[in-house]
Design a protein. Structure first.
Length: 203
């Protein structure tokens, strides 16, 4: 009478004591022949792994019922932690409010000072403004010309750089309107012309 089948599928014959893996059917329909197992051989699947029941029980006790007495401890810690944390947070909030209030006061005083000083700084010389604008236009024009030279040398440009190159004529026109030539130098009699146009407008 055959004994129980082991994990490796080995069956032991009760009368003869022979061990073998019985023949079985493959997925494709063919039969797998029975395999005899030599006496004393034990496959790795049948080797029992040593299990320390005490250690396993100790390991699993938290999963089964939780650690005894831990729930009370957690509650106490959370109560203590929450009270300490809430006190700390309350202090931080108060400190932030005070800091914000002082900042607001500083901003208000600064604004009042600025508004008092504003009339003095409002007088801006139009000539200075014109020169400032011309300087920025000259800088843009210089960059655009450099990019154009790169393009002429066969270097690939980015779309933004190409857009700058396209604006060269526009920048020259703006400089011309301000009374400067393409190199950013003041044109001769440009100030005289602007004065004449102003006089003609008055007449």
């Amino acid at each position: 009478m055959p004994s129980e089948i082991t994990n490796a599928g080995i069956v032991t014959d009760g009368s003869s004591g022979e061990r073998h893996i019985p023949e079985s059917l493959r997925a494709d329909g063919s039969t797998r022949k029975a395999i005899k197992i030599r006496p004393g051989y034990r496959p790795p699947e049948d080797v029992e792994v040593y299990k320390n029941r005490t250690a396993e029980a100790f390991r699993d006790r938290g999963r089964r019922m939780g650690i005894p007495g831990a729930t009370g401890l957690k509650e106490e810690q959370s109560e203590q932690g929450s009270s300490a944390a809430s006190n700390k947070n309350a202090k931080r909030r108060e400190a932030r409010k005070k800091a914000k209030a002082t900042e607001d006061n500083d901003v208000v005083t600064k604004e009042t000072k600025d508004s008092a000083e504003a009339p003095k700084g409002e007088e801006v010389d139009p000539e200075v403004e014109r020169e400032k604008k011309a300087r920025s236009l000259k800088k843009k024009l210089k960059q655009a010309k450099e990019l154009k030279n790169k393009k002429d040398d066969g270097e690939a440009l980015l779309p933004e750089q190409i857009a700058k190159v396209i604006k060269i004529n526009e920048l020259i026109r703006e400089l011309d309107a301000l009374g400067f030539d393409a190199d950013g130098e003041t044109k001769p009699n440009s100030t005289d012309k602007s004065l004449n146009t102003q006089k003609e407008g008055k007449d």
